[in-house]
Structures are given as structure tokens and as C-alpha cells.
Design a protein. Structure first.
Length: 241
């Protein structure tokens, strides 16, 4: 998208009630968004009249469809809602829950709002994690779901490019939020990460590394083997038609 991708645009952020989601809402407003839909499972009070709360549970497909019908236009969809619980893969239900929220959630939301984003030739921004690239063994279910969501993001990027829709993957390190409060490691502030995410969208970065820990991967990423293989695989789409 163009420089300042949200100025005078309409933005939707899922998981907007706290942490990074709330910071993304505030950053979109700071950058001049015309309307920000704050997707939450509970009502959210926000002092800015440009914010509209959207009842949105990313595991409720009927609710997602209803929310999509209430939004006529959308330029930028930010799939931020997520779940993270410490586990040891002993409970399959916990793995299923992570996949429901972190994989099937952004899939369902993207599909529901895709007509609006396509009309706008807009952007989908999937908030992922460095755990998408290398598993965090104390959070394996989370890591598995985020790795799957990264593959989803790459697939959507190739499939939606002909429609003029850009798809971004945010590969973030630990943030100073409730999700990572028990990790005794350096954490980035949500506000600074939100700024870096929109900066990355403005710059057209397919993978966005928005914090000091993740930024160490950025310099060689675009010319690296993963991106080269992604481009080769995406070319199969054209060859198959």
C-alpha cells in the first residue's frame, strides 16, 4: 500500500481490547484512520468517535459472518486476536483450541471480510510470532498454531496478489503483554510494535519484524532461502492456469 496506509482509510483490528490490539487501534487513529473497527468479544469503550466496537469472536463463524455484513467498506484487516498457553502437548484439546484461535480464526475472518478488502485493493496483516519460524518448547501448541498461520499467510499472499490485495506477516518477538508476562526475557512495548507494524505495511514489507529481537532476522530475510522458495512455489499458480 502507499505511504501511510491507514490515513483516511478504514481499519479493522481483531483482539482489540488490550495489549497489542489496543495499541494497534490507537496507532491507526494517530495515523489518521477515518474509521477503526475494534473487534472484541466484550464491549470496548474508547474516547475517540472514530472507533466502532465490533462484536467479534474469531472462533464463532456465524458471528464473524454477521460482523462482516455490518461493515460495508474495509481497507486494512489486522488479524491480531490470539491465544497462548503454556503446555507440553499432553492435552489434544489445548492444541485444538490454539489452532481454532490462531489458525482457523484469521482464516475465517479473512474470508468473511475479503470482498470488502478486495474492493479496496487493500491489505491483510496477520500478527504472528518468531515461534512461527522456530518452536518455543514451553509453548508448543502456540508455536504449532503460529507456524501453521505463517503458512496460511504465505498461501493467501500468492492467492490474493492477482486481486491487488497485499498480505503481510508480522513475525514479532516477545511483547510486554499479559500473553508473555511469565517469560523472564526482554519484551518490547506494544505501542512501539504497533508503530513498526504500520511502518512495515507502509513500506510494503511482506514480513515485518517489529521489535529488537525479531529485527535481527530482517537484514537477510528478503534475499534468503525461505523467500526464494516462497517465490518459486508461488510461480506454480501461474503455471497451473
Amino acid at each position: 500500500m502507499s505511504e501511510n496506509s491507514v490515513a483516511n482509510r478504514i481499519v479493522l483490528v481483531t483482539g482489540a481490547n488490550r495489549g497489542l490490539g489496543r495499541a494497534l487501534v490507537d496507532e491507526a487513529l494517530r495515523r489518521g484512520a477515518a474509521r477503526v473497527y475494534a473487534g472484541t468479544r466484550q464491549p470496548l469503550a474508547h474516547p475517540d468517535e472514530r472507533v466502532t466496537t465490533l462484536n467479534l469472536d474469531v472462533t464463532d463463524e456465524a458471528g464473524i459472518r454477521a460482523a462482516a455484513k455490518s461493515v460495508e467498506a474495509l481497507d486494512v484487516l489486522v488479524n491480531n486476536a490470539g491465544q497462548s498457553v503454556y503446555d507440553d502437548l499432553a492435552d489434544p484439546a489445548l492444541l485444538e483450541r490454539h489452532l481454532a484461535v490462531n489458525l482457523f480464526g484469521p482464516y475465517a475472518v479473512t474470508q468473511a471480510f475479503l470482498p470488502q478488502v478486495t474492493r479496496a485493493r487493500g491489505a491483510v496483516v496477520n500478527v504472528l510470532s518468531l515461534a512461527s519460524l522456530a518452536s518455543v518448547p514451553v509453548m508448543p501448541a502456540y508455536s504449532i498454531s503460529k507456524a501453521a498461520a505463517f503458512s496460511l499467510t504465505q498461501s493467501l499472499r500468492a492467492l490474493l496478489a492477482p486481486r491487488g490485495v497485499r498480505v503481510h506477516a508480522v513475525l514479532a518477538g516477545p511483547l510486554d503483554t499479559d500473553m508473555s508476562r511469565d517469560l523472564a526475557i526482554p519484551k518490547a512495548a506494544p505501542a512501539s510494535v504497533a508503530r513498526a507494524i504500520f511502518d512495515g505495511v507502509d513500506a510494503g514489507e511482506e514480513e515485518i519484524f517489529p521489535d529488537p529481537m525479531s529485527a535481527s532476522l530482517a537484514p537477510g530475510w528478503a534475499a534468503g532461502g525461505v523467500k526464494a522458495l516462497e517465490r518459486e512455489n508461488a510461480a506454480l499458480l501461474a503455471a497451473s492456469h
